[in-house]
Design a protein around this ligand. Structure first.
Ligand SMILES: Cc1cc2nc3c(=O)[nH]c(=O)nc-3n(C[C@H](O)[C@H](O)[C@H](O)COP(=O)(O)O)c2cc1C
Length: 189
């Protein structure tokens, strides 16, 4: 798929079919992720792939409880997370967590760039993805890291669900970007 078409067409998908995603395809997505640039080429990322539905449901419950107990997020988010039926991973068949092996200076940026590559590659293969920020606070706790089988030194950064979209989400509007041209001829606009 042409790159600009993928950038334009990718959407956060929140409804998935039960169809599994092949391990080989997941490996290809990770291969695309690690092509991202990283500061001093440190490539701090590691990838945890979770396909166990019961574990994902339990992680969803724990992340919701943590978020609510810590009074994080806006009231509308808390209402959503208070709903026992709300599954923060949207019943997707796979969760890929991109984690930094050590919290180096630019590990967050590096892992986020890898995440975008992974999401675009998934879209190019007809798959849907969504970054699940609701999971991040809990994943950073000792319990969250233990659920991922990670040592305490690791920093989980990008939880991305992957699966087959049930339907194509509508486009999400973008704000007009604020752009300041500096040292260009003509008036600033
Ligand atoms: C850091 C980050 C955290 C996000 N967390 C969530 C989340 O917890 N749940 C969710 O449904 N979408 C989440 N999203 C998806 C955004 O809501 C989505 O990217 C935005 O609405 C734009 O829509 P689009 O991705 O379809 O272009 C997150 C996106 C980012 C980049």
């Amino acid at each position: 798929m042409e790159l600009l078409r993928a950038i334009d067409g990718r959407r956060s998908v929140r409804e998935y079919t039960d169809a599994p995603v092949d391990d080989e395809v997941l490996r290809e997505l990770i291969e695309a992720a690690v092509k991202a640039p990283s500061a001093i080429n440190q490539q701090p990322w590691s990838f945890i792939v979770i396909k166990d539905k019961a574990r994902l449901a339990s992680m969803s419950d724990q992340a919701k409880a943590y978020f609510l107990k810590a009074s994080l997020g806006a009231p509308a988010h808390r209402d959503m997370l208070n709903d026992p039926a709300f599954h923060i991973f949207y019943h997707a068949p796979v969760l890929v967590v991109i984690a930094a092996a050590e919290p180096t200076d630019w590990a967050v940026e590096d892992c986020a760039l890898a995440a975008e590559n992974l999401m675009l590659a998934a879209y190019a293969k007809g798959l849907g993805t969504c970054w699940i920020g609701f999971a991040q606070h809990w994943l950073a706790t000792a319990d969250g890291k233990a659920a991922l089988g990670l040592l305490a030194t690791y920093a989980p950064i990008a939880p991305i669900v992957v699966g087959h979209p049930r339907r194509e989400p509508p486009p999400v509007p973008r704000k007009t970007p604020e752009i300041r041209w500096i040292n260009q001829a003509g008036p600033a606009a």
